[in-house]
Design a protein around this ligand. Structure first.
Ligand code: HEC
Length: 208
């Protein structure tokens, strides 16, 4: 009886292991003038959670859309649903949650401001330390005319699913290419390879 129970226990363990999420290591890029305060640490954990939710929701939406309607029709999902998901999360966390890139597709919401540009460059400079279980991040408290803001960014890396819309010419079908050209005449979000930094999730929150 004991042996049977033990085997059952081991079998369960191996199932649990397969499904366990890999432990993610967060690496702050650049030099931080001083160690983050407890208040900033709390905001950083909240930002990590928001970023995780955004990635998960976007990933699921994209996967579902590609499976049911194919890649060309999913361009619409990216242009409508991705900003919607970001707006929902912004409301939920009382912050501005966006995705930005140095090579953006949508100049209206994908273009970085000056702080984001700097951080995106820092991320690119540190690309070598990225791996499947590391995420590069940056946080800061900045003083702007309207008050103090908590700012946070986290890398978005190119996965196989991204290539059909952000990859090289050989990864993108003509149907997808023509739709992108039609909807985004100034698109520069192409020619990415697997593992490249596609951009970042950016979170900006007014500190009251
Ligand atoms: C079905 C095509 C498609 C796929 C697949 C896709 N994207 Fe996009 N992506 C788009 C479109 C279209 C936009 C522009 C959305 C908009 O209008 O705001 C976009 C925008 C973005 C942006 C915002 C910055 C910008 O360029 O405007 C990021 C970051 C991004 N994608 C990352 C990714 C990542 C990472 C993956 C893979 C996990 C991915 N995308 C997969 C079509 C796609």
């Amino acid at each position: 009886m004991h042996i049977i129970l033990y085997i059952f226990f081991l079998a369960n363990l191996s199932v649990a292991d397969e499904n366990a999420e890999p432990t993610i290591q967060y690496i702050q890029v650049g030099v931080k003038e001083r160690a983050p305060s407890t208040a900033e640490e709390i905001l950083i954990s909240e930002a990590r959670l928001v970023a995780k939710l955004l990635k998960k929701k976007l990933g699921n939406t994209l996967k579902k859309s590609i499976q049911t309607s194919g890649v060309p029709a999913s361009i619409k999902a990216c242009s409508e649903l991705a900003p919607e998901i970001a707006i929902d999360l912004s409301k939920q966390f009382d912050a501005k949650v966006t995705r930005v890139s140095l090579k953006h597709r949508n100049p209206l919401i994908g273009a970085p401001d000056s702080w984001e540009q700097l951080v995106l460059t820092e991320f690119d400079d540190n690309k070598a330390i990225l791996s499947s279980n590391t995420i590069l991040e940056k946080s800061a408290i900045v003083n702007e005319p309207r008050g103090f803001y908590f700012r946070y960014m986290q890398t978005l890396v190119v996965k196989p699913v991204c290539l059909s819309c952000h990859g090289r010419k050989s990864d993108i079908t003509t149907a997808v290419e023509s739709r992108i050209e039609k909807n985004y005449p100034n698109d520069i979000a192409k020619n990415y390879d697997l593992g490249d930094i596609r951009g970042a999730i950016s979170i900006k929150k007014l500190i009251k």
